[in-house]
Design a binder for this molecule. Structure first.
Ligand SMILES: Nc1ncnc2c1ncn2[C@@H]1O[C@H](COP(=O)(O)OP(=O)(O)OP(=O)(O)O)[C@@H](O)[C@H]1O
Length: 281
């Protein structure tokens, strides 16, 4: 449980954040962190003034620093709180925070019990100098665990600004696990903006044509049945993987964004972001 003082510290810090979007998945490895990264990049690119924050609360498997090419950086403590790492360098419109920035060595792991995780998440929300943000996108661990409950507890006071995107793959097992996510969002009264079906088909690196490899369309069908929006499908995209796995990039020209815009996924993600923004306004 957080104290009233801790709660108001979170509320004060996040009062200049317009929308908070939790990215959820029923199971691991479906591409939740990749979708978080793409959502943040696409929202950033949607307007020359958009300000976006990315918070990685996947404490035991943080992948946001690597995906944004900033895993060689660390956060700084200032008198007004932790200064996040800006993935766009001097642009300072894309702020990232992750436990990965706090670890002494890359590859170190965090083995914490619930209360310590809860304390870390509260600090991420109350002690980071997020500043004015249009969107704070939060990458969560797979399933519904302590981290999700902590987030919902600390963000309870800003319910009208909170929503979720659910990521799945087309396989039946992943789709079944979406139901667990939905029972969580319904139990905590968290609005779902929609479902993204990831790794649905294969984008040919030569011609960009998407071929169906596994079954596709299961996500869309489920979204219809459960009466949540379907935001779109993304193919298996080898260009995207090498980009997000690629390590440090130049932030001066925000090379990551320029390279991302050339991937087959980026074009498809524009529609997903349009759907997200429409639902938020
Ligand atoms: N559209 C895609 N095409 C090809 N590979 C992808 C795609 N999306 C994700 N991947 C790859 O799948 C792997 C898992 O992705 P990611 O880490 O985003 O999943 P996750 O759901 O966040 O996993 P976890 O929460 O279990 O850590 C990564 O190697 C990533 O590069």
């Amino acid at each position: 449980m957080s104290t009233p003082a801790q709660e108001s510290a979170v509320t004060r810090r996040l009062q200049s954040v317009k929308h908070i979007i939790l990215v959820l998945s029923g199971k691991g490895g479906v591409g939740k962190s990749s979708v978080t990264a793409q959502l943040a990049l696409s929202l950033y690119a949607s307007s020359p003034t958009a300000r976006v924050g990315v918070l990685d609360v996947d404490l035991t498997g943080p992948s946001i620093p690597r995906m944004f090419g900033v895993d060689d950086q660390g956060v700084h403590q200032s008198t007004s709180g932790w200064v996040p790492v800006y993935a766009d360098g001097a642009g300072a419109r894309l702020a990232c925070m992750s436990v990965g920035f706090l670890l002494k060595k890359k590859g170190d792991s965090v083995v914490w019990r619930g209360p310590k995780k809860n304390g870390m998440i509260r600090q991420f929300l109350s002690d980071v100098r997020w500043g004015d943000l249009d969107y704070l996108v939060i990458d969560t661990p797979p399933g519904t665990s302590d981290e999700h409950l902590s987030l919902m507890e600390h963000l309870a006071g800003m319910h009208e600004r909170l929503s979720a995107v659910i990521v799945t793959t087309p396989q039946a097992v992943a789709l079944m696990d979406v139901m667990k996510c939905l029972s969580f969002t319904r139990a905590v009264n968290l609005p779902v903006l929609g479902l993204v079906e990831n790794m649905s088909g294969y984008a040919c690196p030569c011609c960009g044509v998407v071929h169906n490899v596994f079954s596709t369309g299961g996500g869309e069908e489920m979204a219809k049945k459960e009466e949540i929006g379907f935001l779109g499908s993304l193919p298996v995209d080898t260009e995207l993987v090498s980009l997000l796995d690629g390590g440090p990039t130049s932030q001066t020209e925000f090379a990551l964004l320029e390279a991302y815009k050339k991937t087959p996924s980026a074009k498809l993600f524009e529609n997903i972001v349009t759907g997200v923004v429409e639902k938020l306004t």
